[in-house]
Design a binder for this molecule. Sequence first.
Ligand SMILES: [Zn+2]
Length: 248
Amino acid sequence: MTVSPTAALFRDDAYLTETQARVVGLTEAGGIELDRTIFYATSGGQPGDIGHMIRADGSRIAIAGAVTGETKEQIVHLPAEGEATPEVGETLTLSIDWERRYRLMKMHAACHLLSVVCPFPITGASVSEDDSRVDFDMPEGGLSKEEATRRVMELVRANHPIFTRWISDEEFAANPGLVKSKNVRPPVGTGRIRLVCIGEGASVDSQPCGGTHVAWTGEIGDIHIGKIEKKGRENRRFRLRFGAAPSA
Ligand SMILES: [Zn+2]
């Protein structure tokens, strides 16, 4: 069976909360493959979306997650346990848990801002709806949580635009400084790389990323570094939390 890529609508519009799609396949494990989707599939430290799909008869299929399939371009939707399986060819109305996704978009954007104020190589990251972490390869005393919070909040309050831009593999290869992760290299070979840019003309930052982000830094609202954990001699884990920093 040939697998065709799923049109990932969230890549061009992260604010789409509902759309219609056609079932193009079912995996052996019961996963649903669609011609297009608004469900982000777990990758790059961002969890996949949850939500539901509505069938023509009005019945609902709860979706507990979305993951990539045989290729990174293929998205498989995972029904919650005990849910009905749709037929191939059926048209469904998709709906994501927007409240959760919007929090993930804010958190993910905040992680980018943290990487701007903390300019050390990134060794790992994980975004979640309440608490996110970014690991940096940095020495002791590189940056305090108070200073990091203050500088991230400056970028939030400046309300910079966040937008995406595609560049060619060649342009990417000519700009090695774009990559901030120490171990992970974005996939090359598809001919183009998606850059997430912050600020007019990408004046604040640009880096390869396939995730979903808010359109303006101001949407993030109050956020702070809850703590910085020491993970090894030169590895610091920054934990980001929503809300203003608790006063000491
Ligand atoms: Zn990102």
